[in-house]
Ligand binder design. Structure first.
Ligand code: SF4
Length: 255
């Protein structure tokens, strides 16, 4: 995608949603870190459901450690991989107390040293809690970047590196939110909703998905064609039946 097209791509996403943010609910940077760590291979909605009652009681790493792994496991048991995640959240909370005075560190390197914190989690925290221009690449961002031709890459690292290079100001801070939301609600994995997409003319994906009413037309046509084909086949069968009868009756004519 050319530089002016990239600018236009984000200009339109920004126009449609001027203040994008994460859909994960949190009250401070520590809760955000926990929520993002819990969201791996789980939906933001499922994390919010589990974390809403948890976060009314637990706002600091020390409170989490005091809560303990068993109680945390019970609180997040509706989230996938909850056993491992409970262990990691207790361990990362203890590390925050021991190594960072109970505060969430502000560098990617220090964040990634915490148990259960990978590059994507670190990027989300740096961006959402501390306003850094980072590009967290999740499954939605990866798909949108490859489908559209915005920032194609074989791995999430390649896509992230490309986004770093091509996303212009003033869109760098919120780019990954726009891409996540675009992938989650419009450029969906199974059936991208191209007919209502604000960047349809900039996107290289083919074939574009037509509107629902147009998609039903071919199927109606297919039904009509199947009916007429059935009618023809039925006629053919009827026409061929006497032959079959003749063949079956042949032994009777034998001496
Ligand atoms: S046109 Fe379709 S494939 Fe392209 S970005 Fe929009 S929804 Fe996705």
């Amino acid at each position: 995608m050319k530089r002016e097209q990239v600018f236009e791509f984000f200009r339109r996403l920004a126009e449609a949603n001027p203040s994008p943010t994460t859909e994960l609910e949190s009250g401070n940077s520590y809760q955000l870190l926990v929520a993002v760590a819990l969201s791996a291979q789980a939906t933001d909605a499922s994390v919010n459901i589990a974390c809403r009652p948890l976060f009314t009681r637990i706002k600091t790493p020390r409170q989490m450690v005091e809560l303990g792994e068993d109680s945390l496991r019970n609180a997040i048991k509706t989230i996938g991989l909850f056993n491992t995640k409970a262990k990691n959240v207790i361990a990362l909370s203890q590390a925050l107390i021991d190594q960072h005075g109970g505060e969430v560190p502000r560098t990617r390197e220090l964040l990634q040293e915490l148990p259960g914190v990978g590059r994507k989690t670190a990027n989300v925290v740096l961006n959402t809690a501390f306003g850094e221009e980072t590009f967290a690449v999740d499954t939605h961002v990866f798909r949108v970047c490859n489908r559209t031709g915005l920032a194609p890459g074989k791995t999430v690292d390649e896509v992230e590196a490309k986004l770093e290079t091509i996303v212009p100001q003033p869109f760098r801070r919120d780019a990954h939110h726009w891409l996540i939301l675009h992938g989650r609600y419009t450029c969906k994995a199974r059936l991208p909703e191209c007919w209502r997409c604000p960047v349809i003319d900039l996107c290289r994906y083919k074939p574009k998905t037509p509107p629902p009413e147009e998609r039903t037309k071919p199927s109606a046509a297919r039904t009509a064609s199947r009916a007429s084909s059935r009618a023809r086949t039925g006629q053919a069968r009827t026409a061929s039946r006497p032959k079959a009868n003749r063949s079956r009756s042949r032994p009777n004519r034998l001496p």
